[in-house]
Design a protein around this ligand. Structure first.
Ligand SMILES: [Zn+2]
Ligand SMILES: [Zn+2]
Length: 143
């Protein structure tokens, strides 16, 4: 079984567990997500999906992907660009963005120990649960 088939199988299994119906449209989206770049925009999914399903609208693709986020099959990835990306990697990780070619890579950091200056940050009684790092630079292809 190839890596793509494994990813597709995982999406199908997860959606069954979460009670999402396997509609033909959803299967097309699942297939695209398992074959494509891991950090894809809804527009990229739509452009590929309509080659197979010309009747499919951008709104339908968007709605399906949002349902997947609600059911924890996908995560939103907001890197501050113009379009929201989606991430199929559900594990804890951070991101590196190449400022030249725009490539997004996953970054794994095992042990981060930050000391937040809660007074200066006006976070006196806040409890911090997560941290998302967004690193920027030039990737190995560009530098
Ligand atoms: Zn690059
Ligand atoms: Zn990621």
């Amino acid at each position: 079984m190839t890596e793509n088939t494994q990813r597709l199988q995982k999406l199908i299994t997860l959606s069954k567990e979460r009670g999402l119906k396997l509609t033909p449209q959803r299967m097309v989206i699942f297939t695209i997500l398992s074959e494509a770049n891991q950090h894809i925009t809804v527009d990229e999914v739509y452009q590929r999906a309509k080659q197979e399903y010309p009747m499919l609208s951008l709104a339908t693709v968007y709605r399906n992907m949002e349902q997947m986020v609600e059911s924890d099959l996908l995560k939103h990835l907001d890197l501050g660009g113009t379009s929201m990306r989606y991430d199929t990697n559900l594990g804890k990780h951070h991101h590196f963005v190449c400022t030249k070619c725009g490539k997004v890579s996953d970054v794994y950091i095992d042990d981060i120990q930050y000391k937040v200056d809660t007074k200066r940050s006006h976070l006196d009684k806040a409890k911090i649960n997560s941290l998302d790092l967004h690193l920027q630079g030039t990737c190995s292809d560009c530098s």
